[in-house]
Design a protein around this ligand. Structure first.
Ligand code: NAP
Ligand code: ZN
Length: 325
């Protein structure tokens, strides 16, 4: 039921994030089955509660990774609901009343208006949906860690859902962008389609060696356990590496290159509601969307198998309305 502060969405599209796969497989050890994944949700408003002032029936809207928080803590007051200790996630998460949340692989969702985003007019609902997780997850650390100075050199490790959007956002900030990938076959697309300036194969020692000490920033989106040393070596003195990937086991931290080069490693988790809206508006202004493979829900198991093998160009999006018709 739609409460007084709630917006009901008819879901039209939902992106398939690697976090959905981690959760389905209980990679992180806190999956509460049954799980309905999906936190890159777009659709139209079909109902609003009496206190809802931000949205009207028919509006094009989105819902991302979170649907609730305490609204009173220091984080919530600073528009950092994503770091609220009482954050409520879109799925695999419980509400204060004990009910459980189910995500966007579904035809409808009811969400408090504070956690609903407005889709700018020129942002398509299908290719725009992945921005609600993949987009904000790379945009937010770039802003927070000061990785937006035009002309600087950004490395993007892992060319999947998050990584390919990071390449596009990096270019929009005026950065020189190098994709760092374990998939040599992604090279020409990275450069010709996504707009990267160059491409490094992470398991080619010769190429990696030639790029040592050339990058100012790296965003690491790799979903599996991987060595940090080769990435840290690519950074200049004072370089910054921000990891947003969430492998199921800890990564080894090589302290020597950190210490000797005054380098910094940080992390970042999606973004607050205000910044997520800012990111959507930024992407609309710069014509940034995800490159998507549109699937029907019947194809989800095959899509998950392909996602596990890094075989997606570059985000699966479920065409929810067409799946059910
Ligand atoms: P994705 O589409 O599967 O992309 C991950 C990429 O990592 C792959 O395409 C692949 O790129 C690379 N990769 C995978 N396995 C690898 C391996 N063994 N060695 C080296 N590279 C490998 O996943 P995604 O949806 O972008 O998500 C990436 C990670 O971020 C996941 O762990 C996800 O849970 C996490 N995440 C975090 C946040 C946050 O707020 N911090 C938000 C969303 C997702 P190449 O083929 O180019 O090597
Ligand atoms: Zn996600």
């Amino acid at each position: 039921e739609n409460g007084d502060d709630d917006v009901t969405l008819k879901i039209l599209y939902c992106g398939v994030c690697h976090s959905d796969l981690h959760t389905l497989r209980n990679d992180w050890g806190f999956s509460f089955y049954p799980v309905v994944p999906g936190h890159e949700i777009s659709g139209v408003v079909t109902k609003v509660g009496k206190n809802v002032t931000k949205f009207n029936i028919g509006d094009r809207v989105g819902v991302g990774v979170l649907v609730g928080s305490c609204k009173t803590c220091e984080c919530c007051e600073q528009d950092l609901e994503n770091y609220c200790p009482r954050i409520i996630f879109t799925y695999n998460s419980y509400n204060p009343d004990g009910t459980k949340n189910y995500g966007g692989y579904s035809d409808m969702i009811v969400v408090d208006q504070r956690y609903v985003l407005r889709f700018p007019d020129n942002l398509p609902l299908d290719a725009g949906a992945p921005l609600l997780c993949a987009g904000i997850t790379v945009y937010s650390p770039m802003k927070y860690y000061g990785m937006t100075e035009a002309g600087k050199h950004l490395g993007v490790a892992g060319l999947g859902g998050l990584g390919h959007v990071a390449v596009k956002i990096g270019k929009a900030f005026g950065l020189k962008v190098t994709a760092i990938s374990s998939s040599p076959q992604k090279e020409s697309e990275a450069i010709n389609r996504l707009g990267a300036d160059s491409f490094l194969v992470s398991n080619d020692p010769e190429k990696m060696k030639s790029a040592i000490g050339t990058m100012d920033y790296i965003i690491d989106t790799v979903s599996a356990v991987h060595p940090l040393l080769p990435l840290l070596s690519l950074l200049k003195v004072n370089g910054k590496l921000v990891t947003v990937g969430l492998p199921n086991k800890p990564l080894e931290l090589p302290v020597f290159p950190l210490v000797m080069g005054r380098k910094l490693i940080g992390g970042s988790d999606v973004g607050g509601m205000k910044e997520t809206q800012e990111m959507l508006d930024f992407c609309a202004k710069h014509n940034i969307t995800a490159d998507i493979e549109l699937i029907r829900i019947e194809e989800i198991n095959t899509a998950m198998e392909r996602l596990a093998k890094s075989d997606v160009r570059y985000r699966f999006v479920i065409d929810v309305a067409n799946s059910l018709s």
